[in-house]
Ligand binder design. Structure first.
Ligand code: BES
Ligand code: MN
Ligand code: MN
Length: 458
């Protein structure tokens, strides 16, 4: 292991140079004008893995492409499947970035760039780890496959079908993903649960066209007011979702799990500060961990309607639109949740408005059992890589395809988070700590070794 760790240390600059190349590609999956950049990022990964000796290929899907690569020269050893994503979130508001969003910039030991933490920097730790093994020993201690996609940030719409058609490629013993965060700085973390998500849109129409607010205002309904009245009734004043059936099936965490979270350092004041809010909000009888990790939520994420241009316009808007999503927890069914939301919206719709409810994509939550040999291997790798034993946490975010790995492929998954809660993923000035980049590379390299020795007794 010594030689491998030394290699990682002495190649630090070259790894950064490589990662910068990937980071400079503005691979925003949500924006159609970036589809050629998405392809460039996928091809970049394929080329990188080919050069390391992997059999790597870019595959087309019904959406954006992906890369699948493998090195399987150890027939009697376990197979590790690394999953990650090269697509990133849009950068706006771009004026809030202190350095250009796609120009990797180091300040105070942090690497700033869109995708630095989510997920290019984190997935690169896996690439660096295999490079270190191959460069120093000419071989890997296990078989390794990479599945790197480019639609994660839009809910991985094409990947489940691709996986069904290429199931044989994905035979593996364990999936390793670094796309989550540490609990706090110097708290290496194994994530045991991701929330699911179900998204939707509500469109309200009250007239054929906008009307003059002097000639009609006060005597005709206003679409924006109808919409906001509806959405204001989706929660009660305390923050609980006020929709019949919304909390059906919610699985409460065990007392043991809740007790283990009591040992995590948590300061509500710090939490409020790090979020940049004035106060916490949400279900009053729930801790912050519960609110984020084990309770479902309903959020309105965007709203549009009426006049948004300069100055003022005297209209009664005819149309208004809201986008929303629910974060889901174990045992909740996305289609059930969408159904009860839709039912409630229709109930709240006044007779003088057309209210249309459109369902978006849905992914159930996942939970990862902690009593496996894989988890023991990951614990010991994190312990050696970070010099501190890891904690078990959950995340409130979602990684859609993990559900497919767990449910359809029945693969154990390891979620090793190298990021930090204040990495500002999805926000301006996203960063990744260089120290965590290094510790992530070390941990990934050690993990391959730990998995060989933890093989029996799964
Ligand atoms: N890496 C995140 C998931 C995540 C978020 C992990 C927060 C830990 C903390 C991932 O790239 C992501 O953003 N997922 C989306 C999925 C959605 C588009 C279906 C999310 O959670 O919103
Ligand atoms: Mn991610
Ligand atoms: Mn993301």
């Amino acid at each position: 292991m010594e030689k491998i760790l030394n290699y990682l240390e002495s190649s630090r600059e070259s790894f950064l140079t490589q990662l910068y190349e990937l980071l400079r590609i503005p691979s925003v999956s949500a924006l159609p004008e970036h589809s050629s950049d998405i392809r460039k990022a996928v091809e970049w990964v394929a080329a990188r893995l080919s050069r390391l000796g992997f059999e790597a290929k870019v595959y087309e899907t019904s959406g954006h492409p992906l890369v699948f690569a493998q090195w399987t020269k150890n027939p009697d050893k376990p197979t590790v499947l690394f999953y990650g994503h090269v697509d990133v979130q849009p950068v706006d508001p771009v004026e809030e970035w202190q350095s250009p969003p796609f120009e990797p910039t180091v300040r105070d030991g942090n690497l700033y760039c869109r995708g630095a933490s989510d997920d290019k920097g984190q997935l690169y730790t896996h690439i660096a780890a295999v490079e270190a093994w191959l460069a120093t020993s000419g071989s890997l201690p296990v078989n390794v496959k990479f599945l790197i996609e480019s639609e994660e940030e839009i809910g991985s719409p094409s990947l489940p079908a691709w996986i069904r058609e290429h199931r044989e490629l994905l035979t593996a013993d364990v999936v390793v993903i670094s796309d989550t965060a540490q609990f706090a700085p110097d708290y290496p973390s194994l994530c045991t649960g991701l929330r699911g998500i179900a998204s939707f849109e509500i469109e309200v129409r009250t007239a054929e066209a906008d009307l003059h607010s002097g000639s009609f205002g006060g005597a005709v309904p206003n679409a924006i007011q109808v919409l906001t009245r509806i959405i204001s009734q989706l929660h009660d004043a305390s923050g609980r979702v006020n929709i019949p059936g919304f909390y059906d099936d919610v699985l409460e965490p065990s007392d043991e799990e809740k007790d283990s979270w009591k040992l995590l350092p948590f300061n509500e004041h710090e939490f409020v500060k790090s979020a940049g809010v004035k106060a916490t909000w949400g279900e009053p009888d729930r801790t912050i961990f519960e609110r984020i990790w084990t309770r479902p939520t309903l959020e309105i994420v965007g709203i549009a309607g009426g006049y948004q241009g300069k100055g003022h316009k005297g209209i009664v808007p005819a149309r208004a639109l809201a986008k929303g999503s629910a974060r889901l927890v174990p045992k909740q069914d996305p289609s059930h949740v969408l159904r009860v939301i839709g039912n409630r919206l229709r109930e709240l719709a006044p007779s003088y408005a057309d209210v249309e409810f459109r369902c978006g994509h849905g992914t159930p939550a996942v939970s990862i059992p902690t009593n496996s040999a894989w988890v023991r291997a990951a614990r010991s790798a994190l312990e050696k890589g970070f010099g501190k034993s890891p904690v078990f946490i959950r995340e409130g975010g979602s990684i859609s395809i993990v559900t497919t790995f767990v449910r359809d492929l029945q693969l154990p998954c390891l979620l090793l988070g190298f990021g930090l809660p204040d990495d500002r993923i999805h926000s301006p000035n996203e960063k990744f700590s260089l120290r965590d980049f290094e510790r992530g590379m070390r941990t990934s390299a050690i993990l391959l070794n730990e998995i060989t020795s933890h093989r029996t007794g799964t």
